[in-house]
Ligand binder design. Structure first.
Ligand code: UDP
Length: 362
């Protein structure tokens, strides 16, 4: 059987690290990776392939940048060409990026079945490009691999149910189990940055709703500045966010205690997450990783797709609208713990995904 996996953005490389490893153990499955090129900086792409042992993509389309429509459209054209040439039995896509949508759309129009990993997530905010990508991908996929019961319910509300939808657990939990210990043994990031465990807040910010809105971004920067008077803030900054801060000369809003660093490798990120006193983020994956490593999290958004974490008390929302409110939310979260319950499966999501794809093929 031939499966083409389409990926293009950082979180997809991490998900693929778990699933591609499981594929490589199957004698009868040939997995071919197609990288759209959505993320292209070495520290946003190559580093993950090298560190996590993900096979080299057979195709790299080099299509990153441009508007939403340009990027999605160009990817669609080029993915279709590759699918026509390779004629796979399945196309596998992850998550909610433009690469997810263009991959699923190209496949379904050629009558190639699509497996969507991380199906059923909803923010119920259709101004997010990710929400559009998820909704459409779910509605055109053949197999929908949901990470949680909530995701299964979201699909049911939209009329997608039955044996095509499966809660397999979260592949990012698989990755956390696979690489968590390795990070502790291999990463020297704490030493390199001269950080003591429990003495810093780890931050990441990259969602368009925060980077494209200078008022929201300013609230975030000022809040980080304020909290950094108590604990330093370590911020591996996404290239998109750095660009906006540089272009608008917003550095002055950050205090001395905020350390902007380049994006780090996955193992270094895991190490930084495990040892932080608090994680402040608008990332989907990082919210869950905070939970996997029992670190309190504040999500700098109006809503989250990972509602379970709010209910369990590991995460709280702090919409970046008011500096004082966000700073208070950050301060209050340090030292808190949530309930001891894991809604993200048993760490065998990758295995279940592959088993189901095989079952549906014969
Ligand atoms: N990540 C990383 N290095 C960094 C920042 C994040 O390896 O400098 C990892 C992080 O551990 C998580 C994933 O990237 O596994 C999350 O990706 P991102 O925040 O870009 O996307 P999202 O999850 O919001 O879709």
């Amino acid at each position: 059987m031939k499966v083409i996996t389409i990926l293009g953005a950082r979180p997809q490389f991490i998900k693929a690290a778990a699933v591609s490893k499981a594929f490589s153990q199957e004698d009868n499955i040939d997995e071919i990776l197609l990288h759209t090129g959505q993320h292209f900086d070495a520290n946003m792409s190559d580093i993950f392939f090298a560190e996590l042992g993900i096979p080299k993509p057979a195709y790299n389309l080099g299509i990153g940048g441009g508007s939403q429509g340009v990027m999605t459209g160009q990817q669609l054209i080029e993915i279709e060409k590759t699918l026509l040439m390779e004629k796979p039995d399945w196309v596998l896509v992850y998550g909610d990026t433009n690469s997810t949508l263009s991959g699923a759309l190209a496949a379904v129009k050629l009558h190639i079945p699509v497996a969507h990993v991380e199906a059923g997530l909803r923010s119920f905010n259709r101004s997010m490009p990710e929400e559009i990508n998820r909704v459409i991908t779910d509605h055109i996929s053949t197999l929908l691999f949901a990470p949680t019961d909530t995701a299964i319910q979201n699909l049911a509300y939209e009329g997608i149910s039955g044996e095509t939808c499966l809660n397999v657990g979260d592949v990012m939990y698989d990755a956390a189990l696979l690489y968590g210990e390795q990070a502790k043994n291999q990463s020297s990031v704490l030493k390199k940055l001269e950080l003591k465990a429990g003495s810093y807040v780890l931050a990441t910010v990259h969602r368009a709703e925060n980077t494209d809105d200078l008022s929201r971004l300013s609230v975030i920067l000022k809040s980080f500045g304020a909290i950094s008077q108590h604990q330093q803030v370590v911020w591996p900054i996404h290239p998109r966010t750095r660009k906006v801060i540089d272009k608008n000369n917003l550095h002055f809003l950050l205090g001395e205690g905020v350390r902007l660093i380049d994006p780090v490798s996955y193992l270094d990120m895991v190490m930084l997450e495990c040892s932080a006193s608090l994680i402040a983020t608008d990332s989907g994956g990082v919210q869950k990783e905070a939970f996997f490593y029992s670190v309190p999290c504040v999500t700098l958004r109006d809503e989250t797709e990972w509602e379970e974490l709010i209910k369990l008390g590991w995460n709280r929302l702090a919409p970046p609208l008011d500096v004082e409110e966000v700073t208070t939310a950050l301060m209050m979260a340090i030292g808190t713990q949530g309930k001891d319950f894991n809604p993200y499966g048993d760490g065998k999501a990758a295995e279940k995904i592959i088993r189901e794809i095989v079952r549906k093929t014969v």
